[in-house]
Design a protein around this ligand. Structure first.
Ligand code: PLP
Length: 447
């Protein structure tokens, strides 16, 4: 199997990876999975502590999900939604309308989180054009936002390290500081009110130019698992209503149980005008995403002929792919069968308790942010002053590498260690995961 490692270094260009650094280490070549474990070609196994980058739900190689795919592939692997429809795409659309917040009644498919957000952007933009409010062409985003890597989603992103390089290619947006309590001088309430007031001042001044506010609801994943203060999402919804702009919620990371609710919007009873889902949609099995919207938005596109500007001019070759839709349907069926996410609450409590008991007091652990299965452990130079490590210091990566060497797969966000295990993780595995992070932190900062 050594040739695979050589070929990997030689031919594969890895995402978000400095290849000169990558090739210094021996690649881990994954061959199969079982439950929450990944097995490499050397026979070593790794607990999948970040659910294969936030998407796996029921574990790997799950019989029911495999069978759903096999059964579908024995019928047809792919046909198009351009002029035709297919059985799983129709059934899944109905199912998504049933399980998402009340009022989201129409489903537009694409292939990944970034395209789901591109769809959201174009939908919101064209909606206002069709309504005759042609000046509403701008978007409000949050600081440190992440919505994907295509140019549109990069434009609505706020992480300088990822996004600044492409500045000249991006369209203009308004940025509101994200409410980040750990790095705010004041209470949770004040932190929330500060960001809301910044948003309101933009809406007051430029409201008639704004098409939509875009946000990751409750938890900003790539920003370092920032958990917003309670009431922020609701406050944004109220501002959107007050100033008559659309609210776009990106549930690509938070959807499908990751926050302990099926969708993060449910935590504050908010219904967005447009909502994007992807990562957990297929239980992490296939690339598929969906952008849902309301009757109000959908109706604006209604009427005229194909040539009219009322058609939504967007689509991908694999839009509504039957394999992706079939496994997504089975995923949702398994949620129902297991009574998820309701029955997950004791497991979540266990995880949070372990974190408080084992990690919180460790040296250089500044903040533990957690919502459901989404956990960020921010490492700082000085616990008392909260002096941060910079991305360049690579502390997150060094410790994460130790964790991987110990048999737990993880990937950090700068100085923030991440845990986001599959929902199917057991308490024993949670304990192993937390203790492995603890060992690695202690080794790095030695006491
Ligand atoms: C991962 C992610 C995306 C991008 O999804 P891709 O499938 O990687 O294109 C968008 N938004 C959020 C919140 C994400 O976490």
């Amino acid at each position: 199997m050594e040739y695979l490692k050589e070929w990997d270094k030689k031919y594969v260009w890895h995402p978000f990876t400095q290849m000169a650094e990558y090739v210094k280490h021996e690649p881990i070549v994954i061959e199969r999975g079982e439950g929450c474990w990944l097995y490499d070609t050397d026979g070593k196994r790794y607990l999948d502590a970040v659910s294969s980058i936030w998407c796996n739900v029921h574990g790997h190689n799950v019989k029911e999900l495999n069978d759903a795919l096999i059964s579908q592939i024995n019928k047809i692997a792919h046909s198009t939604l351009l002029g035709l429809t297919n059985v799983p795409a129709v059934k899944l659309a109905k199912k998504l309308v049933d399980i998402t917040p009340e009022g989201l009644n129409h489903v537009f498919y694409s292939d990944n989180g970034s395209t789901a957000m591109e769809v959201a952007l174009k939908m919101a933009y064209q909606y206002w054009q069709l309504k005759g409010e042609k000046k509403r062409t701008k978007f409000i985003k949050l600081g440190d936002a992440y919505h994907g890597d295509t140019i549109g989603s990069v434009s609505i992103g706020g992480i300088d390290l990822f996004h600044l390089m492409y500045k000249e290619l991006m369209f203009e947006t308004f940025k509101v500081p994200s409410p980040f309590p750990y790095r705010f001088e004041g209470t949770q309430e004040e932190c929330k009110d500060y960001s809301l007031s910044m948003m309101e001042s933009i809406l007051k001044e430029k409201g008639d130019e704004i098409a939509a506010v875009i946000m990751e609801p409750i938890v900003q994943g790539a920003a370092g698992i920032i958990v917003h203060p309670e009431g922020f999402l609701k406050g944004v919804r109220e501002l959107c209503d007050k100033y008559g702009v659309l609210l776009i919620c990106d549930e690509v990371a938070t959807g499908f149980g990751k926050t302990g609710k099926m969708f993060a919007c449910e935590l504050e009873n908010v219904v967005p005008d447009i909502m994007a889902v992807s990562k957990g949609l297929t239980a992490g099995y296939m690339p598929l995403s969906a952008t849902l919207t309301t009757d109000e938005v959908y109706q604006a596109f209604w009427g005229g002929d194909y040539g009219s500007n009322k058609t939504f001019f967007h689509g991908h070759t694999f839009t509504g792919n039957p394999l992706g839709c079939a496994v997504a349907l089975k995923n949702i069926e398994l949620f129902e069968k297991k009574n998820w996410p309701e029955s997950l609450s004791s497991k979540i409590e266990f995880l949070h308790k372990m974190l408080d008991e084992e990690i919180k007091e460790l040296p250089n652990v500044g903040d533990i942010r957690k919502k459901g299965f989404m956990v960020g452990i921010e490492l700082v130079k000085d616990k008392r002053t909260k002096e941060p490590f910079s991305w360049k210091e690579d502390v997150g990566r060094r410790i994460s590498r130790r964790i991987v060497e110990k048999g737990v797969f993880t990937r950090p966000l700068g100085p923030v260690l991440v845990m986001m295990p599959p929902l199917a993780i057991s308490e024993e595995e949670i304990e192993l995961m937390v203790k492995t992070y603890k060992e690695a932190i202690l080794e790095e900062f030695g006491t």
